[in-house]
Design a protein around this ligand. Structure first.
Ligand SMILES: Cc1cc2nc3c(=O)[nH]c(=O)nc-3n(C[C@H](O)[C@H](O)[C@H](O)COP(=O)(O)OP(=O)(O)OC[C@H]3O[C@@H](n4cnc5c(N)ncnc54)[C@H](O)[C@@H]3O)c2cc1C
Length: 483
């Protein structure tokens, strides 16, 4: 079998991304600081929050998880977590911008500042700034409240992209027209350069999809039920051109046919090993508008695949003496790809799969799990939450006892685990394994739903790092205001 497994592409580590992010936000503050003498504290603080907040928000265009150099090392979970965390921080900074311009507050007549603020927000020549604030509010409000607002995912995603582009235009227009420092020295170049730097990669994703559509010409080869409401979709490249990917990665799949790339695509793990990149398997659980229809997809249908993405790969297992794979529900999809890859690479380390589903009918057909497990001498624990399971299926959910059994007699600090499943399961399994002695660096997970609860010890550690980045941005803005 030819090995088409690709080498990990160069991607920046988390610390370098954090430094780069801080540096890009600090750069305009430094350029503005060099350009002119400071005015007064409030005006400078307002300029600092406007510049830092505007830059931070524009940078969100490239933190969508589609850029391998950015999210290839840290993973899509952390990338999306940062995107969700940073955007509201940017909104707070830009909201402070007009408030600080209206300050200081005169204690003898606090309403003066409010009247000043109102005059500013209602001034016809500042329409662009107000429009930018409204667009930002819409972007963040609809992202956080999408489900409560009853917005279809596709509608929300399309509007998110359009609003993001509108935000870039309005922010740059406002900065160039009214910015205190925008016309000074090198600052004249900053906003246009930043706009190009964030919009071009965003648009290049669409170009990449078009190229990929013609390069591989993926067609649906087979659609098959593999459990209750769980479908196996096999696609083949009509050009026989292999996709180079690593086991456990995912692709954005658009399956509405046609010659043009379709932009309403959905992320799905590649549930096959990378050894044959001309034939890919996906395991898709019915979960909504698109996935409910996958069972009816006709064979021969042309599909667009933007892949590979993600860092849920065997690299995570380097150095470990024992491997524990933990899947909940359709989280089994990347595990099938990982197991097939282990079979092809003749994995010699002990491997234990723990796989839980809501009931035994929802458990994936073992014909996809047994051959690779048997080939590598791996063990499996199958669990179902509802009693009355089939033979060999224990009572779910996953408990500490299941995890302890999977660790066997290998010291926990020498084990590594990969987890994929619902948010609650991921959190509880991560925390329990960490309490048993597994280092956080040896616990890897991928979430299928960005709205899932992200509350594990590891998530909290990541959040602390995000906050440190935010603090650095705040300190840079303060240093500018106090210079
Ligand atoms: C990295 C990753 C890998 C995934 N792998 C698989 C897999 O192998 N098999 C599988 O069955 N599912 C997988 N999913 C989940 C799958 O993408 C969603 O279930 C699917 O997109 C739902 O689309 P829908 O139109 O059927 O449902 P909708 O009714 O449109 O949405 C249901 C929910 O799914 C989520 N969702 C919808 N569209 C997207 C999207 N484009 N991007 C992210 N989330 C979305 C939203 O939270 C939404 O509320 C994966 C998700 C991610 C992020």
């Amino acid at each position: 079998m030819a090995n088409n497994s690709s080498k990990p592409p160069f991607a920046l580590p988390a610390w370098a991304l954090a430094l780069l992010f801080i540096a890009v936000i600090a750069l305009p503050l430094v350029l503005a600081g060099m350009a002119d003498e400071p005015i007064d504290f409030w005006t400078e603080a307002a300029a600092a929050t406007g510049i830092a907040g505007g830059t931070l928000l524009l940078l969100q265009l490239v933190s969508s998880g589609r850029f391998k150099r950015l999210s290839g090392r840290i993973g899509i979970d952390v990338t999306m977590g940062f995107h969700k965390w940073a955007a509201p921080v940017g909104l707070v900074l830009v909201l402070l911008h007009p408030v600080l311009l209206a300050a200081p507050v005169d204690p003898s007549d606090p309403l003066v500042a409010i009247r000043r603020l109102w005059r500013m927000l209602s001034a016809p020549n500042l329409w662009d700034g107000v429009a930018a604030l409204v667009v930002m509010g819409l972007l963040i409000g609809t992202a956080l409240g999408r489900e409560r607002l009853g917005l279809r995912y596709e509608v929300w995603r399309a509007s998110h992209a359009v609003l993001a582009l509108a935000l870039v235009g309005l922010t740059v227009f406002h900065a160039l027209k009214h910015g205190f420092y925008a016309s000074e020295g090198m600052m004249r170049l900053f906003w246009p350069a930043l706009a190009v730097a964030v919009v071009v990669p965003m648009l290049s994703v669409y170009l990449r999809k078009a190229i990929s559509l013609h390069r591989h010409d993926w067609r649906i080869a087979k659609v098959r039920a593999r459990a209750d409401r769980l479908w196996e979709i096999t696609v083949e490249s009509a050009t026989s051109r292999p996709l180079e990917f690593r086991a456990g990665q995912f692709g954005w799949l658009a399956a509405t046919g046609g010659r043009m790339p379709v932009y309403f695509d959905h992320p799905f793990s590649i549930a096959s090993g990378p050894q044959d990149g001309t034939r890919l398997r996906f395991l898709i659980q019915e979960a909504g508008d698109f996935t409910d229809t996958v069972g009816d997809l006709p064979e021969g249908r042309r599909v667009g695949i933007d892949a590979p993405h993600g860092s849920f790969t065997p690299d995570a297992l380097a150095g470990a003496e024992r491997i524990i794979l933990i899947a909940g529900g359709v989280g089994i999809a990347p595990m099938v790809g990982l197991l097939e890859d282990m079979q092809a690479r003749r994995e010699t380390r002990p491997v234990h799969l723990i796989y839980a589903a809501r009931d035994s009918a929802a458990l994936l057909d073992r014909a996809l799990l047994d051959p690779p497990l048997q080939a590598i001498g791996g063990k499996a624990t199958y669990l179902a939450d509802k009693p009355g399971g089939a033979e060999g299926v224990g009572q779910g959910p996953i408990t500490g006892a299941h995890l302890r059994a999977a660790l066997g007699d290998t010291p926990p600090e020498r084990c590594a685990t990969m987890i994929c499943g619902p948010g609650g399961m991921t959190t509880s399994v991560t925390d329990t394994l960490h309490q048993m002695g597994l280092p956080l660096a040896a616990i890897h997970y991928e979430r299928f739903d960005y709205d899932d609860e992200a509350g594990s010890i590891k998530d909290r550690q990541i959040l602390t790092r995000f906050r440190m980045v935010g603090l650095a941005v705040g300190l840079a803005a303060l240093a500018f205001a106090l210079r």
